[in-house]
Design a binder for this molecule. Structure first.
Ligand code: TMP
Ligand code: ASP
Length: 237
């Protein structure tokens, strides 16, 4: 597979076209961003760790019957993926209160959420990813009612698979963000990434933060902790 030209450069990944018009290459960079791009730093090895972590998790999800964009690893920092027409919303599931939920509603961090919450955010850094609901998504034509139901169902399916996976490895899956797109047949497929950059993971016993909150809150040992998460899951880096 030949890499062709840069199609899109995000805050932490670059997307390239390939000689196959249905396939793209995702390059996971060391750039680490928080607060909608306000804080950006290069963290050594993060691209490699996230690329391999993402491939590992997406493979687990595929094994559980969830369609994902990922095809194969092509280098330490790059993956071959199916081309998708991305839906510009972020699907967030929360099992435990943290982050913007705590700020928005004044609830206590760490409160277990039963049943888990689902929230949509519009992908728009300039507007700080505002929360939107089904009506905004339909009215502005970002997705149909049927596509919305599929994204919700798939995001909760991912929760059942990954909550158990992390729990078995001594971690709590606090919350996470997924993005979906449409393949050329119009199916909803999980795209983007699942890495410690886009979820919250706490150690079950000590509640140590093991995700990008280490970077957001300046707690240090960011990549080292991502590697610890991977190793607990049995992924050798
Ligand atoms: P939040 O608490 O900031 O709303 O984030 C909820 C979860 O979703 C958290 O694990 C971080 C993730 N997330 C992203 O990775 N990128 C985003 O743009 C947003 C809004 C959330
Ligand atoms: N949206 C991601 C975060 O919450 C990255 C960023 O904001 O720059 O940290």
């Amino acid at each position: 597979m030949q890499k062709r030209e840069e199609l899109y450069r995000g805050k932490a990944k670059t997307v390239y076209t390939t000689d196959d018009s249905n396939k793209l290459i995702l390059h996971f960079r060391n750039d680490t961003s928080a607060f909608d791009g306000e804080k950006i730093e290069q963290l050594e090895r993060k691209g490699e760790v996230n690329n391999k972590f993402n491939h590992f998790i997406m493979t687990k999800l595929e094994d559980a019957g969830i369609a994902t964009q990922v095809e194969s690893l092509v280098s330490d920092t790059e993956s071959l993926v199916k081309k998708l027409d991305m839906i510009p919303v972020e699907c967030v599931v929360r099992n435990v209160a943290a982050g913007s939920l705590v700020r928005r509603l004044g609830v206590e961090e760490g409160k277990e959420l039963t049943p888990p919450l689902f929230e949509f955010f519009l992908k728009n850094d300039a507007l700080h990813d505002p929360m939107v609901n089904d009506y905004h998504i339909i009215s502005f034509g970002w997705a149909t009612a049927d596509q919305i139901e599929k994204m919700k169902a798939l995001t909760f399916e991912v929760n059942s698979v990954l909550k158990r996976l992390f729990d078995d490895a001594g971690m709590i899956l606090v919350d996470y963000k997924l993005e979906f797109g449409l393949d050329d047949a119009g199916n909803i497929v999980l795209g983007d990434e699942f890495t410690p950059d886009g979820c919250r993971l706490w150690d079950k016993a000590t509640r140590k933060k093991m995700d990008k909150d280490r970077f957001r809150q300046g707690l240090g040992s960011v990549v080292e902790t991502y590697i610890e998460v991977a190793e607990r899951l049995g992924l050798k880096l």
